[in-house]
Design a protein around this ligand. Structure first.
Ligand code: PEP
Length: 263
């Protein structure tokens, strides 16, 4: 059985002025690297801070953007290209976060294009999927996840491209399952609900990719994860880590969460 490396990522959304971002980034990075944990840890910061944070970033700590366009350059006011992120030595990007979908009208199809742009440029892509409460309550959980994943994979022609990059054990693709009703609400899914969804995603990955590729793609859980519930999620068979919003804003809480995840 393939052993996937655990991953814990923070999503800082539209929080923190630059001095605060630099301070907290260094505090988290130093705390993680001095603990010599096996877990891969990183933070997705606002675009405007990436250049400054990148200058402080050390090997083995991930710095991510929160979104990325698919083209290398062009008349796309307000967008940032994959090569611009690469140029700053940013490790990768979140793609298709539910706030991008629900508040800024991003579709499964444009999410797929962003996914392709990132991967083709050698960036790590964290593809976010998840159902609304209404979809869950009307029994459409699996259907929704299937639609989100298959449209993104088809649109990005992912099955045909080499996204294992130069690191055969860490593919450039990671999935984050984030039930929309659990994001920023303080109401997390139960570990059982999360495990069911993760299992459905894992089966879908095996339908879409070869056994050797699918088994290496990590699936993170996101939705009100905190230091006091991370262990329950990580004890589930198909949960490989977490994408953490609110609890990643305070370095003390985030480092506690990471240390609990390592136990
Ligand atoms: C997120 O923004 O991806 C998220 C999971 O937020 P929170 O942890 O605050 O629910």
């Amino acid at each position: 059985m393939t052993k996937r490396k655990k991953m814990i990522l923070g999503n800082w959304k539209m929080y923190k002025q630059q001095q605060n971002a630099l301070h907290d980034f260094c505090a988290i990075q130093d705390g993680v690297l001095s603990s010599s944990t096996e877990i891969r840890v990183g933070v997705a910061a606002p675009y405007i801070h990436l250049s400054a944070l990148s200058q402080r970033r050390k090997d083995n700590f991930m710095l991510l953007a929160q979104n990325v366009h698919w083209e290398h350059e062009g008349p796309f006011t307000g967008e940032i290209s994959p090569s611009m992120l690469k140029d700053l030595q940013v490790s990768g990007s979140l793609i298709g976060h539910s706030e991008r979908r629900s508040l800024f009208g991003e579709s499964n199809s444009s999410t797929g294009k962003r996914l392709r742009g990132a991967i083709m440029c050698g960036l790590e892509a964290i593809l976010c999927v998840g159902e609304t409460l209404q979809e869950r309550e009307s029994g459409k959980l699996t259907e929704t996840l299937r639609e989100q994943l298959t449209t993104a994979f088809k649109e990005s022609h992912l099955a045909a491209c080499d996204f294992m990059g130069s690191h055969p054990d860490t593919p450039l693709l990671t999935i984050a399952y984030e039930p929309v009703w659990a994001i920023g609400t303080g109401k997390s899914a139960t570990p059982l609900q999360a495990q069911e969804a993760h299992n459905a995603i894992r089966l879908l990955l095996h339908e879409f990719f070869s056994q050797s590729v699918a088994s290496k793609i990590g699936v993170l859980y996101g939705g009100s994860v905190k230091s006091n519930n991370i262990k329950e999620f990580l004890s589930c068979e198909d949960i490989d880590g977490a994408l953490v919003g609110g609890a990643s804003l305070d370095p003390v809480e985030f480092l506690k969460l990471i240390s609990n995840a390592a136990r």
